[in-house]
Design a protein around this ligand. Sequence first.
Ligand code: RIB
Length: 307
Amino acid sequence: MAKKILVLGSSNVDLILKIPRFHDPGETIRCENSITVFGGKGANQAITAKQLGGDALLMTKVGHDPYGKSYRQYLIKKGLHSKLILEDKKLPTGMAVIELTQKGENRIIASLGANGSLSVRDLKTLAPYWKEVGIFITQLEIPIETVEMGLKWAKDHQALTLLNPSPAIKLSPRLLSLVDFIVPNEVEAQFLTGIEWKEAKDIRKIAQKLLEMGPKNVVITLGSKGLFFLNETEEIRMKAFKVKVIDTTAAGDAFMGALAHSLSRGKPIREVLRFANAAGALATTKLGAQPSLPSWKDLDRFLSRIN
Ligand code: RIB
């Protein structure tokens, strides 16, 4: 039977600005067009797991404002439990400004808003929902004490813990020792370890250092170069699927959601990584965070065309 997945993390409103190129300090450029969509790493990862057919819950916080109200309704419509979508009475809903170039590269600035007040106390009020949680995912767009408490509770419940260390900050050995799977991208992995990736073989060094820092499994996502996996007994390199890239936003979130979904079904690690790799690739073929997250049908069709 599939395990229950609990995602603890952010909900943001994303303002996407399509620009011709990343510009220089002091320079003003015109944006080609802009759109506003729902995003936030926590919500993106939970929705992916849910759309893939997982038994997923999302613990998050929005603001007491029009964005917060419509986001809450949207999450409920997506099948996420209303009681776990908290509301901050003072702070605004989290917001991310995403600069997106014609090549599909992005730069993101996230303003935490209500996500920044998702507290340990809030977690305590939601204690009953931890029952039977088998997979726990979190990221770093909420307070670090809440992240650590979530990981600790997940371990107390014998759940498998997944950390997407984004946006990257330095993490304590105590927190890292609670992590079963750490899933940074290449930039985050270099920041966390302090090792610069200069040549191909450095990726192994970076992953090895991450393992020594506490987590039991390391998955470094490498964008168009695929992924690198390392644990005590196994090393796996996987190429990226070739797709036409429109927007890389939330590709990492689709990867995380699919990784959790596949682990919740007890699949072998190669299959788990391939599935997540495909979800990440598919998410780059559409504009925006949540509009690009794959469903089970999308992913199944994509993988069967490749086989
Ligand atoms: O990972 C993509 C997400 O990062 C966006 O949806 C944005 O909200 C930021 O949190």
